[in-house]
Design a protein around this ligand. Sequence first.
Ligand code: NIG
Ligand code: FE
Length: 404
Amino acid sequence: MWDRLITDCHVATMVAAPDNPLGLFPNAAIGIDGGKIVRVGKRTELAGFRAKEVVPCGGAWITPGLVDCHTHLVFGGTRANEHAMRRAGATYEEIAKAGGGIASTVAATKAASADALQQQARRRLHALMAGGVTTVEIKSGYGLDTASEMRLLNAARAIGRGEPVRIVTTLLAAHALPPEAREGLAREAYVRMIVEEMIPAVAKAGIATSVDAFCESIAFTPAEVERVFTAARANGLPVRLHAEQLSNQKGAELAARYKALSADHLEHLDAAGAKAMAAAGTVAVLLPGAFYALNEKKKPPVQLLRDAGVPIAIASDCNPGTSPVLNPQLIINMACTLFGLTPEEAIAGMTVNAARALGLAHEVGTIEAGKAADLCVWRVNELNELGYWVGMPGPERRIFAGEG
Ligand code: NIG
Ligand code: FE
C-alpha cells in the first residue's frame, strides 16, 4: 500500500523523448511512497493500486517541483539606492568601482545580526517556495573572509531546517575583492586565502557542495579563477562559474576545462565557449532577471547553445544588486519573452536542466520512479501558460517529498 496516489491529472514528467520534449502524460496518476515517486502511469493503469490517501487533482497539470539553481538569497540590506543611481545613468560597473555594488552588501551583511539575516532570507525563501520552488541553491559571497563566508553558508542551511524545501549551498568567496584588497599584493593575498584557507575549511565542515567564482573585469581574472578551481578540485568540490556576463573573458572555456557543473549568465558567450561547454557537459544557466534589472542589451546566444547541444537552465539569480526577483513564474516568462526560449525550454530550464546544474539529476527535476516526490500542481488549461502569464501566481498545490 502506497502513501499517496495523485490522480485525475496531466503530467509533464520532463523525461524528454524526441517527439515529446516535456514527456507529457495526459490522464495520468502518480504513486508516492516514503517521500519518493514509485510509479507514473495512465490513470487507468494505476487504478488498481491502493494508497492510504488518494489526491484527485481535478484535471490539473503537474510538473516536477521547480529548481532555482542560482541565487544569492542570504544578504543584509537592499540596494534600492543603486537602482535609483542606474536610472540616473550610472552603470553597474561604475557603481561597483566607486565602492558600491557587492561591497555595499558585504557591509550591510556584516552589520546584520544572525537573527535579522535569517529572518530576511527566510522571507525570500518563502516567496520562492510559494512560486513552486522545492529545491534552491544559495551562494555565499557577501562575507569575503573565512568566518563571514562560513556564517553565510551556515545561515543558508539554517533557514531550510524544518521547511519543506531542499537547500543546496555554494561557496562564492571569489565574488568580489574585499575593498582593502583591490590591488597588488593584497589582491594576491585574498586569492591565496580562498585557496589555502576558505575552500579547505568549507570542504572540511561539509557546508557547501560546490565552489563558484565571478570571472569578470570588475571581479576575478581567469588566472585567479583557475587557482580557485584547482583548490576546489583538490578538496573534492565541483565548480561553477559566473561567466561572460558583462564581457567575454573566455570563462566558459575555463569552466569547461574544469568540468564545471554550470557556467552562468553567458550574455557574451562565443561559439568556442559553447562548444567547450557541450563537450564537458556543462549546463548553461541563463539569468533573465539580471539582464532585465541591468537593462542589458546583449542577449545570451540561445541559438548557439541549441546548435552546440548545451543544456539550458534558467534561475532567479535573486540578489540585492542585479536581480531582486522572487517570482519564478516571472523568470520563466522573461526567459521566453526576453531571451526567446520556447515555453518548453523554459520549463525544462527550471526543472530537469536546473537539477543537472546542481549535480542533483539523480534526485530531482523529473517525475520518474525513484526521484523525490517534489511536485507542482498547476491550475492551467495548457502548460504553455507557465511561460505566457507575466508573473502568474504560484502552483495551486506544492508537494515536497510526498507531502503538502
Ligand atoms: O549574479 N554577477 C555577480 N554576482 C551577482 C550580482 C551580485 C550583486 O551585485 O550583489 C549576479 O548578478
Ligand atoms: Fe549570481
